[in-house]
Design a protein around this ligand. Structure first.
Ligand SMILES: [Zn+2]
Length: 254
């Protein structure tokens, strides 16, 4: 069987038996895929220091026969994003990005847009962009890629345009704004967002990814945005985000 090639960003790596590694990565043409790297812990040439979480790699693989796992033949390192691993705050945000990607994607469902978003978040973190703002942007855009873009310009219940005020109320159960009239009919708890955070999110949904680094957001607003996105995501997945507690711990480190 011929070997195939692809690029992929490594989302998770685990040990398997004494010598092997199991690697899950996201690739533009395969989507999320998992492969086994036989002898990865011994083979200096083929794998060592390449199969690390958050690395961007060129992968040579053989497609699966019966089981769903690829057979990884060899990997080349494109980008290690070492700066992400050396800084705790950046690392935690990268963990969030990897977890969200794992949870919102299915195997072998290619999505070049999501791959670009992953490259963007790792480069932004590596080059020192504010981690919480970067994490909020990634989370927001990932929801868009997954088909769950929050409704931020009008009330998600009655469709009325949002009224200008100092704070806005959002409904994490539907990922939308809720106006004063509809508030009583919205079940579940609500979240308040400042105008600045809401406008940032709304603009960030529409902006081309290449220009998104122009957007600035004070840390307090990034925290607000992340809190809303987490609550909405919890509702969508009916599951807690494991890295959320660590993200929240970053909030107090001002
Ligand atoms: Zn309404």
């Amino acid at each position: 069987m011929n070997n195939c090639r692809t690029r992929g960003l490594v989302l998770s790596v685990s040990d398997h038996s004494e010598a092997d590694k199991i690697v899950t990565f996201f690739s533009p043409d395969l989507g999320k895929a998992t492969g086994i790297a036989k002898g990865a812990k011994r083979s200096k040439k083929r794998f060592v220091n390449k199969l690390e979480q958050f690395s961007l790699i060129e992968i040579m693989y053989r497609p699966p026969r019966r089981e769903s796992m690829l057979f990884l033949v060899e990997a080349e390192l494109d980008e290690a994003y070492l700066e992400v691993r050396r800084d705790y705050k950046r690392y935690i945000v990268a963990m969030l990005a990897a977890e969200l990607t794992l949870r919102f994607t299915r195997e072998y469902d290619p999505d070049p847009g999501l791959f670009s978003l992953l490259e963007w978040v790792m480069s932004s973190l590596a080059q020192g962009d504010e981690p919480l703002r970067t994490g909020a942007l990634f989370h927001l855009r990932l929801l868009g890629e997954a088909g769950y873009q929050p409704v931020l310009d009008h009330c998600g219940f009655c469709g009325k345009n949002a009224r200008m005020g100092t704070t806005y109320t959002l409904h994490p159960g539907s990922g939308s704004l809720v106006c004063d009239d509809c508030r009583s009919s919205a079940t579940g708890s609500l979240v308040s967002l400042s105008v600045q955070t809401l406008k940032f999110l709304e603009y960030a949904q529409r902006l081309d990814l290449n220009n998104i680094n122009r957007l600035r957001l004070p840390e307090q607003n990034a925290q607000e945005a992340l809190t809303f996105l987490n609550r909405y995501t919890q509702h969508l997945l009916q599951h807690d985000i494991t890295s959320w507690q660590q993200i929240k711990n970053l909030f107090s480190q001002r």
